[in-house]
Design a protein around this ligand. Structure first.
Ligand code: FEO
Ligand code: CA
Ligand code: CA
Ligand code: CA
Length: 583
């Protein structure tokens, strides 16, 4: 285990200034290089990347996907000592930019999308599993046996309480037990048994229902006139409109197969990914476990990233036993939603049809759930009923390895009015976002919370030390959040629109905060138009991987390397002296 950072030690790097430069900037003590750009071949026949959007859908199925997001690094060995310099990098591909993906943008003839383009778009979504190894100052792709693409079309199992429920039955799976693909995979999680969790966030808009939308569509925003990319014009499963009695065309329940967390075993390329329904159905940003304790239940925290949605917690029914734990632990347990009180306390309310308090609240609200599967398919509605606290868009969570405190970014909320602020969401409208922190009480039913950081410019912010942010730390729209092994908190931003284009914050960035000292400093600035999202280090903390999503969005040239099409990619960041990153 790497040594822990002494409490209160100053952050040992030179802050990176706000910037709008064309290239990634890291502190002068650091080096940065680029690996795994969109389109790099990683499996199958390794089709070469062709600039200008010229690869086919079949090629894309064997190449790194688009719009890199959450990721995790798995050493090849099960336990320490880890052989340094090799491992699996597993990452999400959240969505696509059609203008960059295709030579001349999206093609639509007579109201029908080009089928070849749709195949490529579906293949550019999902997850990449790539074996990589260190080579001198950077890392390179290994053409090894673990490499795999999981896409919007990969066959998957459905597990947990909603498996086989009538609301999950489709023409593809009349039993309601199987589905195809994962979509809009934003952040992620990883389990103590070395699997990867990918989280389905803004999936609802990929589907259309032109008829009367049931609550499990309407509450999530399934589109009413056309799907986000028009895939329903080629693939009937994206059209959830009731089309009569032909069971072969019955995809009314297809949107109910999305909004889950999907477990992937990166060490078994033949394994079938599994949607774990006990973790609830919403716009899942990510999942982070509390430090697992042998013989105790597993505890995980999750955010629903949409305006005025909620923060959730899952507690497993069964105990965590190292060596024998598996994904089945995620199939049985209790899903809770957070209710914050303005006095700094909070409580977890169970979304459990067998809980008398929940059942009474549902009855009082006039809401009927058939069974626990119905509760889970309609998680948002269940949380409404339970009296959850609407939040300013919960993005990533992170757990402090030293204290067990749980942190969540709340990225912003333009819809919160000035008259509608509360303790945990103190600004309305919330243009800049903030980071909240909470600590479980001994009974694990209540918690104490505070605001760790109010993001924003110098005149409208509050740092972890209680003072406004200085020039080396101003930022807005915090999103990615990750604790390293030394207790440093890495914060990534997802500014967009005028905040990104003309605000005082420059390009999107990554900062480091030390909760022990209250220090916070900017560590990295990305290229124009990008979001900085996804961060992890190798177990020795000497290589950091960071994702650059949608560089050059809304114009601005082809990062990296000035090609015709911009490419999301992974950064390799190391200290020039080979030391531990961040300290
Ligand atoms: Fe995909 Fe909530 O960011
Ligand atoms: Ca995000
Ligand atoms: Ca975001
Ligand atoms: Ca983005």
């Amino acid at each position: 285990k790497p040594p822990r950072r002494p409490r209160g030690e100053p952050l040992g790097f030179s802050a990176v200034p706000v910037g709008r430069g064309a290239e990634v900037v890291v502190p002068p003590e650091y080096a940065v290089s680029v690996i795994l750009p969109w389109g790099e071949p990683i499996t199958g026949s390794y089709p070469r990347y062709l600039d200008g959007g010229l690869n086919s859908g079949a090629d894309q199925e064997q190449q790194v996907g688009m719009h890199h997001d959450g990721m995790h690094f798995f050493p090849l060995q099960k336990a320490p000592p880890f052989k340094q310099g090799m491992g699996l990098l597993v990452m999400n591909h959240e969505y696509i930019d059609q203008a960059a993906l295709h030579a001349d943008g999206p093609v639509d003839s007579g109201g029908r999308r080009d089928p070849g383009q749709v195949r490529k778009e579906i293949a550019a979504h999902g997850v990449s599993v790539v074996e990589i190894r260190r080579r001198r100052d950077t890392w390179e792709t290994v053409r090894g046996r673990y490499n795999r693409r999981i896409t919007g079309a990969t066959p998957m199992e459905i597990a947990g309480p909603a498996r086989g429920h009538r609301l999950l039955r489709t023409a593809y799976s009349p039993e309601g037990t199987r589905t195809r693909g994962t979509l809009n995979n934003c952040a992620h999680g990883h389990t103590p048994w070395r699997t990867y969790l990918t989280c389905e966030e803004n999936w609802a808009g990929y589907f259309v229902n032109r008829g009367e939308r049931p609550r499990e569509h309407a509450r999530y925003g399934v589109a009413t006139s056309a799907g986000r990319y028009g895939w329903e014009t080629v693939e009937p499963r994206f059209d959830a409109t009731a089309l009569g009695d032909d069971p072969a065309l019955d995809y009314r329940n297809e949107p109910n197969h999305f909004g889950w967390i999907v477990e992937i075993d990166p060490f078994d390329p033949d394994s079938t990914p599994v949607k774990r329904t006990a973790l609830g159905r919403f716009a899942h940003e990510g999942l982070v476990f509390a430090q697992p304790r042998p013989g105790q239940r597993l505890v995980a925290y999750m955010g629903d990233d949409a305006q005025n949605e909620y923060v959730y917690r899952f507690v497993s029914r069964d105990s965590y036993v190292p060596g024998s734990a598996s994904g089945a632990l995620l199939d049985h347990g209790t899903l809770y939603v957070a209710r914050f009180a303005d006095d700094g306390s909070g409580e977890w309310r169970p979304l459990d049809i067998g809980d008398p308090g929940f059942a009474a609240a549902a009855a009082a609200a006039g809401v009927r759930f058939e069974d626990q599967a119905d509760v889970l398919v309609n998680t948002r509605l269940a949380a409404d009923v339970a009296g959850a606290t609407p939040m300013d868009r919960a993005e990533w969570g992170a757990v402090d390895p030293r204290t067990g405190e749980v942190y969540f970014t709340l990225t912003n909320n333009s819809s919160r009015s000035a008259g509608d602020v509360d303790g945990p969401n103190p600004r309305g409208p919330n243009a800049y976002g903030h980071v909240i922190r909470f600590m479980e009480r001994g009974d694990w039913l209540r918690f104490d919370w505070d605001v760790f950081l109010l993001s924003g410019p110098e005149h409208d912010s509050l740092g972890p030390d209680g003072a406004p942010l200085g020039v080396d730390a101003i930022h807005a729209s915090p999103d990615g959040l990750w604790f390293d092994a030394h207790g440093l908190l890495w914060i990534q931003t997802d500014m967009s629109g005028s905040q990104l284009g003309s605000g005082p914050f420059g390009n999107n960035q990554m900062l480091v905060a030390d909760p022990a000292s209250g220090a916070i400093k900017r560590f990295l600035v990305g290229p124009p138009g990008c979001e900085v999202t996804g961060v992890v280090t190798t177990p020795d903390s000497r290589t950091m991987f960071v994702n650059i999503q949608h560089p050059a969005e809304s114009g601005g040239g082809g990062w990296p390397g000035g090609m015709l099409k911009p490419r999301s990619a992974t950064l390799v960041v190391t200290r020039r002296d080979g030391g531990v990153v961040g300290t």
